[in-house]
Design a protein around this ligand. Structure first.
Ligand code: SF4
Length: 383
């Protein structure tokens, strides 16, 4: 690679806001290393766009998601196109796989063997765990993608997350999850729950405000348990409206919340005027036995009660939620409890997904996937 020509990079991101926020961080680091982004080209279809990107970029990062088999299959499917480009163009970019597919096999909580992922993705040159994204300069340098000269020139303080909207920033405030819902890969893929310190987060928000940002979305796999684990948890928590006090901040969103970790002081905080009206609280099912099998640690009555408390605190609140249909053993009556929930809680948005067993999770290990696909699809349509 020519030392004086800017190298081109592309990041393909799958999954949640937290993953997109990580991709923004990676982009910020690469641009501080003088890489130039190649955005999605205008093309007939996704295959053409991918062919063009693989033909012209020097570094291609796939930031993966493991929540459903579908998102993993899309990544596995890239192998064919990479082979095609290599045969026809005689080159391919340096391929880096990041995100939850890697986290699931390289962290302390492995869902299955790393070797299995490597066998399925021989086209990957380097795998980085979600906790390693800031090590990208050293990794690229060690693997000959980044020159000694560029490494010497790199100033980490100039690497700020690249936001796609100049006024709205996504900020990860916590990583990982310790709730172990039986269907979920996050505790494995993202590891233990870690909250960034309030100081760190406020510093980043103040820095972004100076760059003209006005709206902030605070992200975490389980955002409302931020600061709950550390010994200082309550001190930090009471201070959590610090972001709200920053003058130029106009709007604060936070995503995604778990009903189990929704505390009274958080209900107090959402009364604050700059807090968004939209609140995403994943409920997953309307039936207590299903919730129990999911290890969701709250009942449907507690969830409904929580939404009432929130509505009282913020009458114009709009609720969004996540629902899984076709969970192992889910009877017609249990499914109808979920449908019934929509009559009790006025959700504005609901992401309904069909249960797909995730390798290595408790649900996959202990519960047979016994609801036939046509029936899952029928329930999906009826929700
Ligand atoms: S709380 Fe959310 S992220 Fe954590 S295990 Fe449950 S579903 Fe997954």
């Amino acid at each position: 690679m020519e030392q004086n020509l800017p190298k081109k990079y592309h990041i393909r991101t799958y999954g949640c806001q937290a993953n997109h926020a990580d991709s923004n961080t990676i982009a910020g680091v690469l641009e501080a290393l003088d890489f130039e982004e190649m955005t999605d080209p205008i093309a007939e279809n996704d295959d053409d766009a991918l062919y063009k990107l693989l033909s012209e970029t020097d570094l291609f990062i796939v930031n993966t998601c493991s929540v459903r088999q579908k998102s993993e299959d899309k990544v596995y499917g890239m192998g064919k196109m990479i082979k095609k480009v290599k045969t026809e163009k005689g080159r391919k970019p340096y391929m880096v796989m990041a995100g939850c597919m890697v986290g699931s096999v390289t962290g302390k909580r492995q869902r299955y063997a790393f070797e299995e992922l490597k066998k399925k993705t021989p086209w990957v040159d380097y795998y980085i765990n979600p906790t390693q994204i800031l090590n990208i300069p050293e990794i690229l340098h060690k693997n000959g993608v980044l020159s000694e000269w560029a490494m010497k020139k790199f100033d980490p303080s100039t690497a700020t997350a690249k936001q796609s909207n100049p006024e709205h920033a996504f900020i990860n405030i916590s990583y990982g999850c310790d709730n172990f819902c039986t269907f979920c890969v996050v505790p494995y893929a993202r590891g233990e729950e870690v909250s960034r310190s309030e100081e760190d987060i406020i510093l980043e928000i103040r820095h972004l405000v100076l760059r003209g940002f006005k709206e902030f979305t605070l992200c975490g796999q389980n955002v409302n348990s931020w600061g709950l684990k550390t010994s200082e948890k309550f001190d930090v928590r009471t201070g959590s409206d610090q972001a709200h006090e920053i003058e130029s901040v106009e709007k604060i969103n936070f995503i995604s919340s778990n009903p189990f970790d929704f505390t009274m002081d958080l209900i107090e905080a959402i009364k604050l005027p700059k807090i968004s009206n939209y609140l995403h609280i994943a409920v997953q099912s309307g039936n207590n036995d299903v919730l129990k099998k999911m290890n969701r640690r709250h009942t449907i009555e507690e969830f409904i009660d929580l939404t009432k408390k929130i509505k009282k605190a913020r009458p114009n609140v709009e609720f969004g939620t996540d629902i899984i249909v076709g969970f192992p053993g889910e009877t017609e009556d249990q499914f109808n409890d979920t449908v019934e929930l929509f009559r009790t809680v006025p959700f504005n948005v609901a992401f309904i997904s069909i249960y797909s067993p995730r390798k290595g999770t408790p649900a996959e290990r202990f519960y047979p996937d016994d609801i036939p696909l046509p029936e899952k699809k029928r329930r999906h349509a009826d929700t």
